[in-house]
Design a protein around this ligand. Structure first.
Ligand code: GLC
Length: 571
C-alpha cells in the first residue's frame, strides 16, 4: 500500500491527511519564493539616504545567490511620498528619488538575464492628491469630475457625508472648498479614493496594467484590494464588536459597506482576463496577479475566482494568518490549526501561499521572538505552494529602533503618543548588508530611517561567512523546496502535546519532515509517517540545535525545548 494512504489510516487522531492536487501542471509561480523589496530601504546608490533602482540593480546578484526567482517591488512610481509611494501622482513614471524609466528598463533586463521575474505594486484604490486626475477633478473639469468619490456633507455640509473611518484613523472624508464637497479617502487625506463606478477610471487603470506589461513586467501585487468599491448610497456602517475601539479607530466599525463588495471581486476577475489576454497576445510566461487581503478566509478566497472555475481572479491572494493569528504565546496546536485550515479548505484548483512579514507588519523575529526565527523560517518553507519573503527575512532581521521624530509613517507621526503602537517604520529600516558605515546601505550619508543598531551583529556579509547562519539556512531551504511541488502531500501532526510535525512525503522512499518542539520540555518523539527501515538525515536545523546538518538520526528523536529541524527520509 502507498505510504501516504497507509499512514493516513494509521495516524488519524491529530493528523490531517490532505494532498493538494495541482490544477493543470505546475507553473513557474506556483512554488516560487517571491522576494519583496522595499526600494527605499534596500540599497542607496547615490548616498542621498533613500534606496533606488540602481541600488537594486547592484544587488540583484544577492537575490540570485539566495535562490530567489521572483521579486515584487513596493511602489517606485512618481509620488509626493506621503505614504512612502503608496500615494501615486503618475502611474506611468518612476519617481526621481528612485531613478528613471531607463533605470527601470535596465533593472528588468538584468533581472531577466538572471532569471528573476519582476512584479510591480499596483495601487488601484487611490491616487495622490497631486495626481493630474485629482487636480482636474478639483477644478470640476467635465472629464474628471467623477474620477473620485465626491459627496455633500451632513448638517448643511459642515460634517462628513457619513460615519466612515479611515484606516489611518479619523473621518474618511476631506472637505475641499474648491468644489464645496467632501471626497473619500480611506487612507491619508492625500490619498483620494478613485471612483470605479466610472467606466473611464476602470479603463484608465487597465491601461496602466498594459503599460507596464508592455515594458515586460511579469505581474502585479494589488494593494489593499478589499477597499476598491463602497456602497453607492454611502450609508453609515454599523458599530463593530470591538469594545476597545474608539470612534476614531478603523476597528470601531464593521466594514460591511466599504470592503469586499461583489463589484470588487468582479474587477479583480476583469484584471485577470486582461493579464491572460496580454500573455496570449504577446507570448511569454504567465503574468501573475496577487492580492493584498486581510479579510477572513471565506472572503479572501473569493479573490482567487469563482469556485466553479468559470471566472479566475488572483493567482493567489495573500494568506496573512501566520501574521495576524500567530504570536509569541501560540502553541504548536494553535499553529497547526491555522495551517490545516488553509490546507484543508482551499479548493484544489487554487494554490496556497504563506506570508510571515511585509512592510506593514513588525518583522517576525521581533513579533515571535528572535530565538524562534529559524524555526519559523523552516516552517514556512515546508508549507505547500508560494512563499513570500520580505527583504531582510533571509538574514533574520529584526525590527529597527525609530523614535517619533525620526519616523515617517503618516499614520503615526502626527501623534507621538501612539507612535510605538502603530508606526510601521520599525520594519522598514535599511537592509543590513555588512559592518561598514550605515550597514553598507549607502556610503555614510543620512538615511531616511535610522539603520538598526543590530547591524554589526547581524548583516548579510557576516552570515555568509558563518558556518551556521540564518542565511545559509534560508538557502538550503530554498533547495529543499524545489522538491516540494504541489503534488507532494502536506501532513501535519501534533506529537506529545508540544511538538508540531509537518511531513511532505515525495514518494514511498523519500520524504521531508519538520519537527518543532514549541514551548515544551525536552521530548522524545517518533518521526511520523516514517517507514521502519528508513534512514533519516538532518538537512536543516535551528542554529542552536544539537542536531547538525548531515547528522543521521533514528526515527525516535530527542528535541530540546524550542528545538526544530528538518530531516530527509530515504530508504
Ligand atoms: C497597503 C500598503 C500600505 C499602504 C496602504 C495604502 O496596505 O501595503 O503600506 O499604506 O495600502 O496604500
Amino acid at each position: 500500500m502507498n505510504l501516504n494512504i497507509l499512514l493516513c489510516l494509521v495516524l488519524v487522531a491529530t493528523i490531517s491527511c490532505n494532498p493538494i492536487v495541482e490544477a493543470g501542471g505546475q507553473d513557474w509561480w506556483q512554488t516560487a519564493v517571491f522576494y519583496q523589496i522595499y526600494p527605499r530601504s534596500f540599497k542607496d546608490s547615490d548616498n542621498n539616504g533613500i534606496g533606488d533602482l540602481q541600488g537594486i540593480i547592484s544587488k540583484l546578484d544577492h537575490l540570485k545567490d539566495a535562490g530567489v526567482t521572483a521579486t515584487w517591488l513596493s511602489p517606485i512610481y512618481k509620488s509626493p511620498g506621503v505614504d512612502q509611494g503608496y500615494d501615486i501622482s503618475d502611474y506611468r513614471d518612476i519617481d526621481p528619488i528612485f531613478g528613471t524609466l531607463e533605470d527601470f528598463k535596465q533593472l528588468l533586463a538584468k533581472a531577466k538575464e538572471l532569471g528573476i521575474k519582476v512584479i510591480l505594486d499596483y495601487v488601484p484604490n487611490h491616487t495622490s492628491d497631486e495626481h493630474e486626475w485629482f487636480k482636474k477633478s478639483l477644478e470640476n473639469d467635465n472629464e474628471y469630475n467623477d474620477y473620485f468619490i465626491w459627496a455633500e456633507g451632513r448638517n448643511n455640509n459642515t460634517e462628513p457625508p457619513n460615519n466612515w473611518v479611515s484606516h489611518f484613523k479619523g473621518p474618511a472624508w476631506t472637505f475641499r472648498k474648491e468644489r464645496g464637497l467632501w471626497y473619500l479617502n480611506k487612507f491619508a487625506p492625500q490619498q483620494p479614493d478613485l471612483n470605479y463606478r466610472n467606466p473611464k477610471v476602470v479603463q484608465a487603470m487597465k491601461d496602466v496594467l498594459n503599460f507596464w506589461m508592455d515594458l515586460g513586467v511579469d505581474g502585479f501585487r494589488v494593494d489593499t484590494i478589499p477597499d476598491l468599491f463602497e456602497v453607492e448610497d454611502l450609508r453609515d456602517e454599523p458599530r463593530s464588536d470591538d469594545a476597545s475601539a474608539t470612534p476614531n479607530d478603523y476597528e470601531y466599525l464593521s466594514h460591511i459597506y466599504t470592503q469586499d463588495l461583489d463589484e470588487t471581486y468582479d474587477m479583480v476577475y476583469q484584471w485577470r482576463e486582461l493579464l491572460d489576454e496580454h500573455q496570449k497576445t504577446n507570448g511569454g510566461d504567465t503574468r501573475v496577479l496577487m492580492t493584498e487581503v486581510y479579510s477572513d478566509f471565506e472572503k479572501n478566497i473569493k479573490y482567487y475566482g469563482l469556485p466553479d472555475g468559470s471566472r479566475r481572479g488572483a493567482h493567489f491572494s495573500f494568506n496573512f494568518e501566520l501574521i495576524v493569528k500567530v504570536n509569541e504565546g501560540s502553541s504548536s496546536m494553535d499553529i497547526l490549526t491555522i495551517i490545516d485550515r488553509w490546507v484543508d479548505n482551499l479548493p484544489e484548483i487554487y494554490t496556497p501561499n504563506w506570508v510571515l512579514g511585509n512592510h506593514d507588519q513588525h518583522r517576525y523575529p521581533s513579533r515571535l521572538g528572535p530565538e524562534n526565527r529559524d524555526s519559523f523560517m523552516m516552517l514556512q518553507s515546508m508549507l505547500p505552494g508560494v512563499q513570500v519573503t520580505y527583504n531582510g527575512e533571509e538574514i533574520g532581521m529584526e525590527d529597527g529602533q525609530v523614535s517619533c521624530d525620526e519616523g515617517a509613517d503618516p499614520q503615526a507621526i502626527k501623534n507621538c503618543s501612539i507612535f510605538d503602537a502603530v508606526s510601521r517604520d520599525f520594519e522598514r529600516t535599511p537592509f543590513q548588508w555588512d559592518e561598514s558605515v550605515n550597514a553598507g546601505f549607502n556610503d555614510g550619508g543620512r538615511t531616511w530611517l535610522p539603520v538598526s543598531d543590530k547591524y554589526l551583529e547581524n548583516n548579510l556579509k557576516k552570515q555568509k561567512e558563518g558556518v551556521r547562519s540564518y542565511y545559509n539556512t534560508f538557502k538550503s531551504l530554498i533547495d529543499i523546496r524545489k522538491e516540494l511541488t504541489l503534488k507532494v502531500p502536506t501532513k501535519t501532526a501534533l506529537l506529545k502535546e508540544s511538538v508540531m510535525a509537518i511531513s511532505r512525503p515525495i514518494n514511498d522512499c523519500r520524504a521531508y519532515h519538520f519537527l518543532y518542539n514549541r514551548h515544551g520540555d525536552t521530548k522524545e518523539v517518533d518521526i511520523p509517517y516514517g517507514l521502519d527501515d528508513s534512514k533519516y538525515t538532518v538537512v536543516a536545523s535551528k542554529l542552536t540545535s544539537q542536531h547538525i546538518i548531515g547528522d543521521e538520526v533514528s526515527q525516535q528523536i530527542k528535541l530540546d525545548p524550542n528545538d526544530s529541524l528538518i530531516v530527509r527520509e530515504t530508504c
